[in-house]
Design a protein around this ligand. Structure first.
Ligand SMILES: [Zn+2]
Length: 150
C-alpha cells in the first residue's frame, strides 16, 4: 500500500472534482453517461454499501446523492465480520480461499482466532490487532457488517 499525505489526498480529490465539473454536470446528465465496459471495476464494488457509493460520488463530484438498490449479499469474513467474501470455505466443494478486501485475511477455513496460519502469516487475532492499531487504513462504512447469526 502506498502512503499519501493528507494534503496530497485533498489536492488529488479536488483536482479530480474540478476536472469532472469542467467536463460535465455528471448528475444532471446521468442518463447520458457513455456505455463502458465495467470489467474488473464492477467486482471492486460488489457488496459495498450504498452509503459508501454515495460517499465516492460525493468525493468525486462534490454532489450529494442517495444511492438506492439492493446490495449483493456476500458471505461474512471470519476475521473482520464484514460481508466481503464471494464464497465460503468448503473443503469438500473446493471453495473458499477468498481474500477479504477489508482485512486481507485469506479464508482457509480457520475458526480458532488464535491459530497461526502460515497462509496468512499470522492469526486472526493478529489481523484484528492490526486493524485496531491502524484506524486510518480501515474505513468501516464500506462493507456491511454481518449480523451475529450469519
Ligand atoms: Zn475481513
Amino acid at each position: 500500500m502506498n502512503n499519501i499525505s493528507r494534503e496530497h489526498a485533498v489536492q488529488f480529490i479536488s483536482s479530480l472534482r474540478n476536472l469532472i465539473e469542467k467536463e460535465m454536470n455528471i448528475l444532471t446528465h446521468i442518463e447520458d453517461l457513455p456505455e463502458v465496459n465495467l470489467g474488473m471495476d464492477k467486482d471492486v464494488f460488489k457488496g459495498v454499501s450504498n452509503g459508501f457509493l454515495s460517499e465516492v460520488i460525493y468525493t468525486m463530484t462534490g454532489r450529494k446523492v442517495e444511492v438506492i438498490g439492493e446490495v449483493e449479499n456476500l458471505f461474512p469474513c471470519p476475521c473482520c465480520g464484514f460481508k466481503t467474501l464471494t464464497e465460503r470455505y468448503n473443503k469438500d466443494a473446493g471453495t473458499g480461499y477468498d481474500i477479504c478486501p477489508y482485512c486481507t485475511w485469506e479464508d482457509d477455513g480457520t475458526i480458532d482466532p488464535y491459530a497461526y496460519r502460515s497462509i496468512n502469516k499470522g492469526s486472526m487475532i493478529d489481523y484484528r490487532n492490526e486493524m485496531a492499531s491502524n484506524p486510518n487504513r480501515y474505513h468501516t462504512n464500506k462493507w456491511i457488517k454481518a449480523k451475529s447469526n450469519e
